[in-house]
Design a protein around this ligand. Structure first.
Ligand code: IMP
Ligand code: MG
Length: 175
């Protein structure tokens, strides 16, 4: 644990309150059609689980894992599908659930792949958005929080695969 410090940036209570709001909005928007949640592992697992509990529209879920970081602090632009979806998304109203959008490379690539599989619609929900860092423009339909350019961890997000279990979002401060 030596060499790094974690500074709390978004509390558990603040995250919970914001997810309730997003849940209401998404429930309204998909009330008639239902929604197929696609969780991007591993970072989005906590967000997905808490958000899904707030939804009152019909919900199905699937999971996908991609790797863009290879344990670096920045995405390389090379995105690998580590685990594909179990089921087809054809004709479904897909909502991608992502932890954070940074350069936009990962999501841009993913949405391109998924759009080719003929979903009825495809949108994105991201817990965190580092908009000033964007290299490729991405439309975020549902955003939890806009943050500045600092490295975050906790609530699903990792630093070298650790700290995903923290119930709040913290900033990594190197000592
Ligand atoms: P992008 O391709 O640059 O948009 O990177 C998106 C992915 O990078 C996210 O799905 C996260 O897994 C990871 N990521 C980006 N910023 C951070 C951060 O501050 N902390 C932890 N992971 C991050
Ligand atoms: Mg991720």
């Amino acid at each position: 644990m030596s060499g790094i410090k974690i500074k709390e940036r978004i509390s558990r209570e603040t995250i919970e309150a914001r997810i309730k709001e997003l849940g209401k909005q998404i429930s309204r928007d998909y009330a008639d059609t239902g929604v197929h949640l696609v969780c991007i592992l591993k970072g989005a697992f906590m967000f997905m689980s808490d958000l899904a509990k707030e939804l009152t529209c019909p919900v199905t879920v699937d999971f996908m894992a991609v790797s863009s970081y290879e344990d670096q602090l920045e995405s390389t632009g090379i995105v690998k599908i580590v685990k594909d979806l179990d089921g087809s998304i054809e004709g479904k109203h897909v909502l991608i659930i992502e932890d954070i959008i940074d350069s936009g490379r990962t999501l841009h690539y993913l949405m391109e792949i998924l759009a080719k599989r003929n979903p009825a619609s495809i949108r994105l929900a991201a817990l965190l958005d580092k908009a000033p860092r964007r290299v490729i423009p991405i439309e975020v339909a549902y955003c939890g929080f806009q943050i500045e350019d600092f490295f975050v961890l906790g609530y699903g997000l990792d630093y070298l695969q650790k700290y995903r279990n923290l119930p709040y979002i913290g900033e990594l401060v190197e000592e």
